[in-house]
Design a protein around this ligand. Sequence first.
Ligand code: ZN
Length: 582
Amino acid sequence: MKKILTSVLLLTTLIHSQSSLEWVTHFEKSNFLETPRYTETMKYFQKLANFSEFAVFDSFGISPQERNLNYLIVSKDKVFDPVEVKKTGKPVLLIINGIHSGEIEGKDACMLLLKDILATKEKINLTDNIVILVVPIFNVDGHERMSPYNRINQNGPKEMGWRTTSQNKNLNRDWMKADAPEMQAMLKLFYSWLPDFIIDSHSTDGADYQYTITYGVEKFGNIYSGTAEWLTEEFIPSIEDGVNNKGFLVHPYVYLKEWRKGLDAGIVDWAATPRFSTGYAALQNRPSLLIETHMTKPYKDRVYSTKAMIETTLEFLNLNHQQLIELNKEADEKSIEELTVKKQYLPLTFNNTDKFEEINFKGYNYYWDSSTVSGTNKLVYNNEKKDFKLKYYNDVIVTDSVLLPDGYLIPKEWEYLVEILKLHGIQVEVLTADTMLDVTKYHFNNVEFSNSSYEGRPQVKFNYMSFTKNQAVSSGTFYVPTNQRTVRVIANLLEPKADDSFIKWGFMNSIFERTEYFENYVMEKIAVKMLEDNAELKKEFESKLIEDEEFRNDADARLNYFYSKSPYYDKNFNVYPIVRAE
Ligand SMILES: [Zn+2]
């Protein structure tokens, strides 16, 4: 009997080890030094889906170089449709890897974790109360631009992908403007699933220190206050404990106050603008986690620490799944109530104050030495571990905010903006009759274009004045009501002073162009007539000549003065075509 039992045990162990062997990842086989290419990665994910009844591998779009953008859906209820998943009451976690595909540890970490969940089923309980969506590689074209030389500061893998896409677009600056086809596909995925929690995995640049992994969450005025509180009080302590207990030193994201001064000037916390994943999730009333492993640590440690952080998040979300669903529902409802019913101010821009707290920081000793290369002082780290007192600037204040109207009116000729609004899950109506409405309009001045292209766009800066008017609005005009759950996204795209608004990204630069010009000999005659007919104008002009020397000596400015007050002047020049319906 004993002999039979031993044989059975041996056989079981053999089968187990064979099945484990079958699931060994490229990263493991390479002695933790390499990451697999696109095709091999996708085969592994497909194999997981073929093997497990709890997973489906699907595509959500196609890249400019015609690679499929894929994602794995993991559902213990075997429900793989977003509408049906919502009915189960389980939250959805979206994990995005390789938005910067040179920073690819999230992909290898997810392969290891999914092996534990779906293949060996050792950690199948991590899916008890959550549906998980995993994007193995978001920037798929960038991923295949592989080289050992793509990340100068980074310690492995042996070869890695490139930061930006095949069109040289940085997907993690593209969440709002959605220029990249990959981002347009991601927003459709986001809108159709509306995930309850988002993880975005990176490897950082910056100073050298002992922490293997750092993280960021949104907790200032750019996110619903209840979500900020939950992340700060519940999630962060849990994630720090969990990752520490799994053997990795963890710290909030280390963003240097002054890049060239290293840690000397301290580090800052900040409110991410919505061009970034975490800032975008905040506008969608959803909590998110930014993972940033430390670039100088071995690739193996970076992958396993990322796995530890994702696993800890899964443990936390499994325990708090009900709370998360309720929190997101509350964030959606309260955002509508606070911003559109009670008409509270929506914060739009943020800045750090000079306040800081001193924190203990596990760094490496460093000193400044003269450099014959740069001709200035250079920063030199040694491997000596040292605990520092560090200035942590974590007081973030609102620098500008806005009161929202009942809705925004977008003339039909700007329909392509409406298409982007729809990608964000924003509901847009169309007026079916001509009507007169009280509206607020913006008139821009001091318009300045950037000297260089940023993210493929010439950005624009301006000041503006607002004025109210009873205006004819024609049938076919688009109407974007603000009383919807995407209210924060709407305001950040349509209010000119928001940093990620369409107008600031340069989507509407043609409105800043003058297209008709006067001949001086024509304008001279009209100006004389205007002076004869209008005593007020004559008085104003004459006192301007006395008071303003520059104006007095500028012939063009003098003629322009009359042109701008004549009926020939373009009423739409520098006027924002989108108006607020109050
Ligand atoms: Zn990154």
